[in-house]
Design a protein around this ligand. Structure first.
Ligand SMILES: [Zn+2]
Length: 170
């Protein structure tokens, strides 16, 4: 059973307590993401474990999964873009620097002890966004093909066809 996710979290405290956050959040409040989307409906699944690494540093590991509705940059039709991103962060306090991060880990520098969970999730989604969202095969191309095909069928009603027939009688 997944419990309600908190709005504000204290990542460092959660890490030393070894807490897991698992559940769904809405895409709606993630306004920085909205520019990239053509529809803001939808939910994000997270499964995050706050823990410590072998150097006793607070870390966050887990996944962010969702399906975003974006605009295909080729045909400008909506495209469903699945996101399944790994999250691996070493949590640093403001002003703290860490030169040696474990392999595959990024630094998450907190501006305060308490941060918005939505903001953290939104950050991870923004990092996971494609540079250019494109269909493998654009549906509009198929649509255009179908349109041309229909034109062929209505060829008899085409005024230019009539003109060309008149010309051929000269
Ligand atoms: Zn497309």
């Amino acid at each position: 059973m997944s419990k309600e996710l908190p709005t504000l979290i204290e990542p460092v405290r959660l890490a030393f307590q070894g807490e897991q956050l698992k559940g769904k959040v809405s895409l709606k409040p993630m306004s920085r993401l909205h520019d990239s989307l053509c529809e803001v409906e939808g939910e994000v699944d997270i499964d995050w474990l706050f823990t410590t690494d072998d150097k006793q540093r607070p870390t966050l590991i887990g996944r962010v999964q969702t399906q975003l509705k974006m605009l295909c940059q080729r045909c400008l039709q909506p495209i469903k873009w699945p996101i399944d991103a790994q999250v691996a962060l070493v949590i640093l306090k403001k002003g703290q620097t860490e030169d040696e991060l474990p392999d595959g880990f990024e630094a998450l520098t907190l501006t305060s002890a308490q941060v918005s969970l939505i903001t953290l999730i939104e950050n991870e989604l923004i990092l996971a966004l494609p540079i250019v969202a494109k269909h493998t095969t654009c549906p509009s191309n198929e649509y255009q093909l179908a349109e041309n095909f229909n034109k062929d069928l209505t060829y008899q009603n085409n005024p230019f066809h009539v003109l060309s027939e008149l010309k051929s009688h000269d």
